[in-house]
Design a protein around this ligand. Structure first.
Ligand code: FAD
Ligand code: FO1
Length: 450
């Protein structure tokens, strides 16, 4: 059964007798998918076919070949798995709101179930489609373990205010997820199989940022990565996670970002490994930090701008706006890792080459951009541009929250005042030197081939 608190009506149009459509977007998987499960329950009850529809946007917040390749290869696996369950997978091109509305009309659909997603572009797609549709649009939060709209009705100050609310509700939501079954009601139409390779070439996504071969996409890649993490790296996570040389993080963010892996599945699997320091440290990131990011993007419309800064941070950044900068780099110098800081350049090169940057260095990396640009506004724009262009897990609420935390004090508090930063938390090169073998890290990424 789906907990009703996970379900949110986007309009009050009627639910009619036609096919049920699951409009897949954020949760790009067949297994552990609350939205798909809810849509099938509706279709079984009405004894009608069930379709999975994915609207492929030709451009999506600057996504490049690296992102579309990862996503489309994953969707190939979705299509294969859905077909085996008598659930046609339909990929639509064009502007998503228009293409879904046209499809609903043609199909005489009975109802549309879509994913929860706090990003502005998705609110636009889903809310506009729901406004114009003549059938019911139902949103299901398949991304958060505790549904984002339930955890808190407002923007939380930080992890410390959200954590108790999450912890109170977790026991009611952290359980095994029911799986969908082979669908007994067949669709009259024919779904054309899509060719990921052809589509990847056809799309105009910037091919100067190439795919990262080493990261195997889709639900298959995700379950292998999860098993590997639990087997080999969960033990020691609390110690190793802040050392860029220790391979101590889970590496799960690309699959979580594209919804090829359910965070609830990860938390449920890890929580069964016992009540250790490593499990607690990992769940703090996976549940509290990650679900805090969705709360931030849902309740702060300017989540990707200086508007997100809490008052104390806005004041301190204003006060230090005109402090002299020792270095000021252009976006191209940042992009090419051509600053005077070998550590910053190495972190940038790690991201350029692997599509990922170690979590500890992401903080240092973005804070330095504040120090080396003309203004906090330019710093936020530059950090978002680079992170979204090169990180496979970019264009994610976690990224907007991470950059807002680093540059304008979101979810953080005031620290000792200093030039440019004011009382925004500072991170220094020497501080990093004390944390890990900085020279070895720089050596590795200086030699790596772009
Ligand atoms: P692990 O440490 O193994 O954590 C497991 C999961 O927990 C992550 O996959 C992620 O879903 C979640 N998580 C971990 N740390 C955080 C955090 N600080 N905030 C929110 N969720 C977290 N994360 C992204 O998914 N996409 C981004 O674009 C992104 N950009 C960031 C930019 C900056 C400046 C900062 C400071 C952080 C950013 N993060 C981003 C958050 C975090 O750094 C990454 O989620 C993490 O490094 C991903 O690696 P992992 O999966 O191995 O993490
Ligand atoms: N979601 C879609 O429904 N259609 C798309 O064409 C699409 C492209 C895309 C490209 C890069 C990327 O990082 C995400 C993309 N997404 C797309 C959205 C993604 O599935 C996530 O829903 C959000 O980015 C996270 O909130």
């Amino acid at each position: 059964m789906t907990d009703k608190r996970r379900v949110h009506n986007l309009n009050s149009a009627e639910i009619s007798k036609g096919t049920i459509i699951y409009w897949m977007s954020r949760e790009q998987r067949i297994g552990d998918n609350w939205g798909l499960y809810y849509a099938q329950q509706m279709a079984l009850e009405s004894k009608v076919p069930l379709l999975v529809v994915f609207t492929l946007a030709d451009s999506f917040i600057g996504a490049t070949r690296r992102h579309y390749g990862f996503m489309l290869r994953g969707l190939m696996q979705v299509e294969e798995r859905a077909a085996k369950l008598n659930i046609p997978f339909i990929l639509l091109r064009g502007e998503p709101t228009h293409s879904i509305l046209r499809f609903i009309e043609k199909e005489e659909a009975g109802c549309v179930v879509c994913d929860f997603d706090p990003l502005r572009i998705k609110r636009h797609w889903f809310d506009n489609a729901a406004k114009e549709a003549r059938v019911r649009f139902i949103e299901v939060d398949g991304h958060n373990i505790v549904p984002c709209r339930i955890t808190s009705p407002k923007r939380e100050y930080g992890a410390y205010t959200l954590r108790p609310k999450l912890n109170r509700l977790l026991p009611e939501f952290l359980y095994d997820i029911p799986q969908i079954i082979r669908h007994p009601f067949l669709w009259h139409g024919v779904a054309e199989a899509f060719d990921a390779e052809l589509l990847i070439r056809e799309l105009k996504a910037d091919e100067r940022v190439g795919e990262v071969e080493a990261v195997f996409s889709g639900e298959a890649g995700a379950s292998a990565a999860l098993a590997d993490f639990i087997e080999n790296r969960l033990n020691g996570y609390s110690v190793g996670r802040n050392d860029p040389l220790a391979d101590g993080q889970s590496g799960l963010s690309p699959w979580l970002h594209f919804g090829q892996l359910s965070a609830q599945r990860v938390a449920y699997s890890v929580a069964h490994m016992g009540d250790t320091q490593d499990v607690a440290a990992f769940l703090e990131e996976l549940v509290v930090r990650r679900e805090l990011s969705d709360n931030f993007c849902l309740h702060c419309s300017g989540y990707d701008s200086i508007e997100a800064a809490p008052d104390w941070a806005r004041r301190t950044l204003e006060k230090h706006r005109h402090d002299p900068r020792r270095f000021c780099y252009s976006r191209v110098e940042f992009e090419k890792a051509e600053t005077d800081d070998p550590l910053w350049n190495s972190a940038q090169r790690e991201m350029l080459i692997t599509g990922k940057m170690h979590g500890y260095l992401r903080m240092y990396w973005s804070k330095k951009i504040l120090e080396w640009t003309e203004s906090p506004e330019e710093a936020i724009e530059t950090a978002i541009y680079l992170n979204d262009r090169y990180s496979i897990d970019g264009r994610d609420p976690n990224g907007y929250a991470g950059i807002a935390w680093s540059i304008c004090g979101v979810h953080d508090r005031a620290w000792g005042e200093r030039p440019i930063f004011g009382s925004i938390r500072y991170m220094s090169y020497d501080g990093c030197k004390k944390k890990f073998d900085l020279n070895r890290y720089c050596q590795i990424w200086k030699q790596a081939v772009l």
